[in-house]
Design a protein around this ligand. Structure first.
Ligand code: ADP
Ligand code: MG
Length: 463
């Protein structure tokens, strides 16, 4: 790469600062695994070129850190408009890798090519290549939100509902669906402009515009937008000036028949610190929530991710992960990636034993706080029965059902085996526990208020 000594030096210094900030943002463990191995190749035109040792790493870094890397580079160096990540082996360092990375790949083409995000719309954040409708696994907890997102993506004339308000807990696919809408429209109707940004970014830009007295330009940027998506709108709760600006932007776009898509971690009415008139505006369109994952959805997602990674993961391992990693999809995906990365590094097949080994910290974290006794107590008080009924032989449904819920939660939230759980419930057999788990899963599927009860309990127990 042709640049003088001093330019190279300052580039290295910039890279040093970028990585330092990332380090504090993402934590030491993630930094060591994913950022440290990256090397700086140089800058060509407006493209900063980075390289990583393996294709797997590249996909991971692209998926998880491209946005932050691009953002940080831009703030360090005005010329650095794009970030490109290549695999070292592509330059012929490791023949083995070269075989593993065919130039023409039949599988998800988007992931294979070095990704560049053109920055045509200065306000639009870059979109994750993997967040498409194709790669979104649909199940009971998210089918409504998915259908609504598809409707918006496919409606070329008038917005079917405005705004579309997506909400749900962290890591359940809100951002994924929003990016999917953007990708779909970019492909099917390239003339329409889609703008996606986080509420945080919206606020940041707005405040900067205020400071630099460029609010007219700021507003101008939204004028020609056909679809505006603002992610994580809970962020502007309590930020009055930003809300005010957002409210006006929102209204003028809606008045002109432009589509708006919003996401948040709560429903509009549950967002605290939001102005009443904004809340009522947000409630005007379609409000679609994404529920906590079910075992089936988790398993489906794992199968799909396994295929995308192109690795053979034994069914037992997938089932184990689906049972144990229940918090959200992001964590689930992270767990699978760790298991796969480990097996590739040590060059061994994926086994249940290795999985338990590699994830032992995560698995422990998942049941660290909760004991079976706590679960029994909490569930009993929730359903208004005595804790001793958890051990009793009574079979009345009013007691038996809560007991089953407690068994189910014990299975989900602790690493205890079925026989161990059975013993703690008045010496019941492990098949009784198994039956309870099945029963509760079934009820969760079909009875949403029951599902909410269970979900609530799980949250309380996990603290
Ligand atoms: P949120 O924005 O709700 O916090 P994200 O959209 O960032 O969550 O999702 C977290 C991760 O989980 C992403 O990598 C996303 O691709 C993945 N994910 C979430 N739901 C699904 C799903 N139904 N199918 C496939 N991947 C999913
Ligand atoms: Mg998100």
């Amino acid at each position: 790469m042709a640049h003088g000594e001093s330019q190279g030096d300052s580039l290295n210094a910039e890279w040093g600062r970028v990585t330092q900030i990332l380090r504090t943002n993402i934590g030491e463990a993630a930094f060591q695994s994913w950022i440290k191995p990256i090397s700086l190749r140089g800058i060509e035109g407006e493209v900063v070129r980075l390289s990583v040792p393996t294709r797997f790493m590249r996909d991971w870094v692209l998926a998880h850190y491209l946005d932050q890397l691009s953002e940080l580079w831009r703030s360090e160096n005005a010329n650095a408009k794009e970030v490109e990540i290549v695999v070292q082996a592509e330059r012929g360092l490791q023949p083995k890798e070269q075989v593993a990375v065919p130039e023409v790949s039949p599988k998800p083409a988007q992931v294979m090519e070095p990704v560049r995000e053109p920055r045509s719309k200065s306000l639009c954040a870059s979109l994750d290549k993997r967040f498409t409708f194709d790669q979104f696994v649909v199940g009971k907890p998210n089918e409504f939100a998915y259908a609504a997102a598809r409707r918006v993506a496919e409606a070329s004339k008038r917005p079917p509902f405005n705004p579309l308000f997506l909400y749900g807990g962290v890591g359940l696919g809100k951002t994924h669906l929003m990016h999917a809408i953007a990708w779909h429209i970019r492909q099917s109707e390239p003339n329409r402009t889609v703008m996606y940004l986080s509420a945080e970014n919206f606020m940041y830009r707005f405040i900067r515009a205020l400071r630099e007295q460029t609010t007219v330009d700021f507003k101008e940027q939204f004028r020609s937008v056909d679809v505006l998506m603002i992610d994580d709108v809970q962020f502007i709760a309590g930020k009055d000036a930003t809300q005010e600006e957002f409210f006006h932007t929102f209204n003028s776009l809606v008045d002109e028949g432009r589509q708006i898509v919003i996401s948040a971690d709560k429903s509009p009415s549950d967002l605290t610190g939001m102005e009443e008139r904004l809340v009522s505006r947000l409630n005007c369109g379609l409000v679609a929530d994404i529920h906590a994952t079910t075992y089936e959805l988790r398993l489906g997602i794992l199968q799909s991710k396994g295929q995308q990674l192109g690795v053979e993961v034994p069914a037992r391992v997938l089932e184990f992960l689906a049972h144990k990693i229940t918090a959200n999809v992001r964590e689930l995906e992270g767990a699978l990636n760790r298991v796969v990365a480990h097996s590739q590094l040590v060059g061994r097949d994926i086994s249940l034993e290795a999985t338990q080994d590699v994830l032992h910290d995560l698995l422990r974290a998942n049941d660290r706080r909760v004991t079976i006794e706590e679960i029994q107590k909490q569930v009993a008080s929730h359903f208004n029965i005595r804790t001793s009924d958890m051990h009793s032989a009574r079979r009345a449904r009013s007691v038996a059902r809560p007991r089953q819920v407690a068994m189910y939660l014990a299975k989900q939230l602790t690493t205890r085996s079925l026989p161990e759980i059975g013993r703690k419930f008045g010496g019941r057999d492990h098949t009784t526990v198994m039956h309870a788990v099945k029963k509760v899963e079934e009820l969760r599927e079909h009875d949403s208020s029951f599902a909410e009860d269970v979900e609530l309990l799980r949250r309380m127990l996990e603290g």
